[in-house]
Every structure is written in structure tokens, then in C-alpha cells.
Design a protein around this ligand. Structure first.
Ligand SMILES: *Cc1c(COP(=O)(O)O)cnc(C)c1O
Length: 376
């Protein structure tokens, strides 16, 4: 079975974990600090604060922004459900906005339709690694806090620079479904030194002295707990893996973009089939290579997933829509036609670093067979 995704690991990650174990310090410590510096530099941010996941980093971002009960936060429904859930974590209300069906992303115009006098923030998602047009959104909605959910976007670029450059606050994921992985893990990036310092405390129970600093400095003074914090720490075991993975990121992106271009070229022979593409304003890392089926495709999306599985190809339904899930069912009615079209008609094809041309050809051949076409 050809998987949708497979992380790219080598003996370097094993050696890095072995070194951390041999050091005797496995919790958040020097490796996390090193990974934070390296990752922040790679996305052009002033500060990086590692977290246990992107979800917890997004939660911290809303806490930093002072978002709370009575506030509304505009989010795309077309996203992994964590994007909406974090708004609930701070007691605010997620308001779903529609997306541009070509990119899967919010636009200044779709946000406009979701605004109210209570709107405090927007969470813009770079969905599947496709960069959102954040300049346009900032220009139109500059009065709102713009949180970037860059879970999928490590290695994507926007107007020639890394996604995340200039973000008030951005959150990243290192889950194995993304490119750069630490098993589980996330990062908050910001240019604001005060926010970074507070996020560092909040992720460690809001302790005035971190455990790593106490260890390094041999201090015996009692720490203070300055507010109610969380345990959202990353471990040095994870960060050691992350540092190796960070070095692999450019090669991962290059390989994924080459395979994506090959899919785009080969699948152009299936009439009406839509494939995810770079927008005018940037280049994606193709974290999710999605296709959308034309109305006259001979199989339903569900039947096609089944057919592909029968041909040894593991595909996935397209990006979910949170407003269609029971957790958000009570919030409607919703008017999100582009979201509903894309989530119902799209699927995600296998794409991973070590994918061979033969595997790639098998996916394409199965799609041609499903379309009732003779193949290439
Ligand atoms: C994966 C993902 C998340 C959650 O990331 P975790 O690290 O698993 O918490 C959030 N938002 C988007 C858009 C994602 O794709």
C-alpha cells in the first residue's frame, strides 16, 4: 500500500536522540533552546517558543493576544478542527468564514462577511502549505489581531520570503503528518520579545525561573508562579530530532515540489480535474497534494477512495470542515458554499520524500482507470 505520508528519518535522528539520553537531561533544556533559535531563524521570526503541539501554540497565541469571553475570532471552517477549538479554549466564539476554492484559504473578502463589532482576531491558515495572502488581509483588516496557523507551512514561501516573516504571531506543527516532524511538537514564533517571554513562562506553568535555568545556574531561590500557566513543553528528545529535521527541510520541500509538478502535469489529462497549485503570491511546500473531482467524474469521492485502496493507493478525504462536525453543529446556520464544495469533492493523494516514480505512476494510473481513460 502506498501511504499518504511517510516521515523522512535517517540514522542522524537516532544518533541525536541517543546523545540526549546519554546527557541525562531529557526534558525541556538546551536542545529545545537551540531548536527554537534555528527554527525561528529559518522562518524569519525574531523569537521561537517551542510547545507540545501546534494546537497548544495556537492556544498560547490567543492568550497573548488577550482574546477571551465575549470576543469573536474569525476562522476558516475548512481546517483541521484544532483551529476552531483553540478559540473555545479561551472562552471566545469561533465565527466561520468561507475560503477561496482555488487555494483553500481565507481572503480579505471572505473575512469581511464574518465580521461583527465583537470580532477581535482572525486565525489565517496556510492550508496544506499553500501560503495565504496575508498582506492583503493585513491591509483590509489591520485593526484585528492576525494569528497565522502555519501548522502545515514550514518551508512555504510568500512573496519570496518564508511564510511567517512579519507575522504578529504564528503557530507551527511538527506532527508526523507535516513535513518537519518531532513525533509531536509545535512552535510559536513572534517578533515581539515581550510576547515571547510570556509564552515561555506560560508553557511552563508560568514559573518565574525555568527548570532548565535553575539546573544550569544551580539556583536555590524559590520560584514564583506569576499567573495560571500550562504544561505545554517540548522535550529535548523531540528538539534533537527537530534540529536534524530542520536541516532536511529544504530537500524535503524541493522533492515534494518536484513530485507535485509531476502530478500536475500527468493529471492534466483527466478532463475537469482540479489540482492544488501555487497561488500568484507564493510557493507551497505541498504538505497536502489535493485534487478536486469535476461534477461529471464517473465515481463519487467515497467510491474513488475505495477504488484507490483496491489499487494499493492510500488516499484521504480532502481537508475537513469544522462546521459540519457534531462539535460545532449547534452554531449554524452557515453559508459556506466554497468550503462545502471543496471538502466534499476533494481528496489527498500520496506524496512523501522517498516516493519513487514507480509509486507515483501507480497513483496516476489508478486515477486514469477510475476516470475511465486509457492512461498515459
Ligand atoms: C495539523 C494541524 C493543526 C494541529 O497541529 P498539532 O501539532 O497536531 O496540534 C492545526 N492546524 C492545522 C491547519 C493543521 O493542519
Amino acid at each position: 500500500m502506498i501511504p499518504v505520508m511517510r516521515p523522512w528519518f535517517g540514522p542522524e535522528e537516532q544518533a541525536a536522540v541517543g546523545e540526549v539520553i546519554a546527557s541525562g537531561w531529557v526534558a525541556q533544556g538546551p536542545k529545545v533552546a537551540e531548536f527554537e533559535r534555528g527554527f525561528a531563524a529559518s522562518v524569519g521570526a525574531g523569537h521561537g517558543v517551542a510547545a507540545s503541539s501546534c494546537t497548544t501554540a495556537l492556544h498560547l497565541a490567543l492568550v497573548l493576544g488577550g482574546v477571551g469571553p465575549g470576543d469573536e475570532v474569525v476562522v476558516p471552517s475548512l481546517s483541521f478542527i484544532a483551529t476552531a477549538n483553540v478559540v473555545r479554549y479561551v472562552g471566545a466564539t469561533p465565527v466561520f468564514a468561507d475560503i477561496d476554492p482555488a487555494t483553500g484559504n481565507l481572503t480579505a473578502k471572505t473575512i469581511e462577511a464574518a465580521l461583527s463589532p465583537r470580532t477581535r482576531a482572525v486565525i489565517v491558515v496556510h492550508q496544506g502549505g499553500v501560503p495565504a495572502d496575508v498582506d492583503e488581509i493585513r491591509a483590509a483588516h489591520g485593526e484585528l489581531l492576525l494569528v497565522e496557523d502555519a501548522a502545515c507551512a514550514a518551508g512555504s514561501t510568500y512573496r519570496g520570503r518564508p511564510v511567517g516573516v512579519g507575522a504578529a504571531v504564528a503557530a507551527w506543527s511538527f506532527h508526523p503528518r507535516k513535513l518537519l516532524t518531532t513525533g509531536e511538537g509545535g512552535m510559536l514564533t513572534t517578533d515581539d520579545a515581550g510576547w515571547a517571554a510570556r509564552a515561555r513562562r506560560l508553557r511552563e506553568h508560568a514559573m518565574s525561573v525555568s527548570a532548565a535555568d535553575r539546573h544550569a545556574g544551580g539556583s536555590t531561590a524559590p520560584e514564583e508562579y506569576t499567573e495560571v500557566g500550562y504544561n505545554y513543553r517540548m522535550t529535548d528528545l523531540q528538539a534533537a530530532v527537530g534540529l536534524v529535521q530542520l536541516g532536511r527541510l529544504p530537500a524535503m520541500v524541493a522533492r515534494r515540489r518536484a513530485l507535485a509538478a509531476r502530478y500536475q502535469e500527468l493529471l492534466a489529462g483527466i478532463p475537469g480535474l482540479v489540482t492544488v497549485r501555487d497561488p500568484e503570491h507564493g510557493e507551497g511546500n505541498y504538505q497536502s497534494f489535493w485534487i478536486a473531482l469535476p461534477g461529471d467524474f464517473p465515481m463519487s469521492r467515497g467510491d474513488l477512495l475505495h477504488f484507490l485502496a483496491g489499487h494499493g493507493v492510500s488516499a484521504r478525504r480532502g481537508i475537513m470542515a469544522a462546521h459540519l462536525e457534531p462539535a460545532y453543529a449547534s452554531g449554524g446556520p452557515y453559508d459556506l458554499p466554497a468550503t462545502e464544495w471543496l471538502t466534499a469533492n476533494s481528496l489527498i493523494l500520496p506524496l512523501f520524500h522517498a516516493m519513487t516514480e514507480d509509486e507515483h505512476d501507480r497513483v496516476v494510473a489508478a486515477l486514469y482507470a477510475a476516470a475511465g481513460l486509457p492512461g498515459l
